[in-house]
Design a protein around this ligand. Sequence first.
Ligand SMILES: [Zn+2]
Length: 425
Amino acid sequence: MTTPEVSELPEIKESEPVLETSDNSFSFEIEKRLNGLGRAGIIHTPHGDIHTPAFMCVGTRGEVPFVSMEDLHEIGAQAMLSNGYHLRNASEDIAAQGGLAQWSGWSGPTLTDSGGFQVMSLGSGMGKVVAMENQENLTNTPHRERLAHVTEDGIRFWDPVIEREDFIGPRESMEIQCRIGADIHMAFDELTSLADDYDYNKEALARTERWAQTSLEVHRQHRDDLGYRQSLYGVLQGGRWEDLRRATARKLGAMDFDGYGLGGAFLKDDLGEILRWCSEELPEDKPRHLLGLSHPDDILVGISMGADTFDCVAPTREARHGRVYSLDGPVNLGPWKDSDRLIDDECDCATCRAGWTRGQLRELWKSRQDKEKLYQYFHLASVHNLRFILRLMEQARVAILDGTFEEFKESFLQRYYGKTGSSGT
Ligand SMILES: [Zn+2]
């Protein structure tokens, strides 16, 4: 038997995902349960598995700022979350290339959110001012006064980037997300703010539930368009009211979603209770994603209350603002001039392994005129902060599997927040 010439061998690309087209390409298995609602498990997707609890790194436009795909693999990232709103104008190109995995170069599991959050952040709902915490886009534009308007079919809004009016509803969001082709999509929902009262939340929730039904119907028409099964999570709103939260969890829980997004603007003190109401009503065998939170206390409370996956822009955004994480609490680099301390002695990220000190990082961060140095800082600090959160998730998962989660949670929080037990953020 002769050895074939190299050119005769079939070309195998290790990073190329194996795509499945069966209905079983998405599934969730629970490996271990805590005494309460928390659990460790595995989410199977067409582009690979996510071992939960897990943090999804946010690559809003298909890439994590200042962090390469190689870096993401190196720090143990399992999945990337991108945004349907920000990618909507590129969605035709993304579909033509076979979906988000091929287009972005991230070969692992992906998730998109519906864009509802971004659209609501642009303006107001039903004539009411939406006081969102996250108004980064708005503060940088002269269009702050321009409003988004909620209608029965969706949200009409002014797009400050392309400078024209646009519209997204459940139908549009599903079509956009199915062209982008992440493994997991979010139903289109209306996010209310902390300032909205019970009556408005009730009204908005009814609309979100109608949109959930439309999302399911439209998604079903397009979920196989790219050759693999794309999954859909229903999103739970309902503010801080137990009756609204439980009712919507029962209603959406009875619908044919693959999993659930836990949405809302939360006060820190209310988070655990609200998540408990949702998780107690939702089907146990479907995964739950807590949208947009990543402080360690929020993550650990979320895990306790049954959330399986998380995402947030905070680790990379805070890194760029000079705030880096350590086991003894977050560190603002400002006062650490000339310091030879590492950010965190126990961190295993490439930045810390290479010996970058707080003083060196601070100097790069202060190099506002030298973009090369500044961007090097953004890279080093983003890698560190993401690894810190990913490592927290890995340790939480091991602790659940070992039956030591409560001890792990208590000792982590005690060290991170000191005696106050609060992040103060
Ligand atoms: Zn590090």
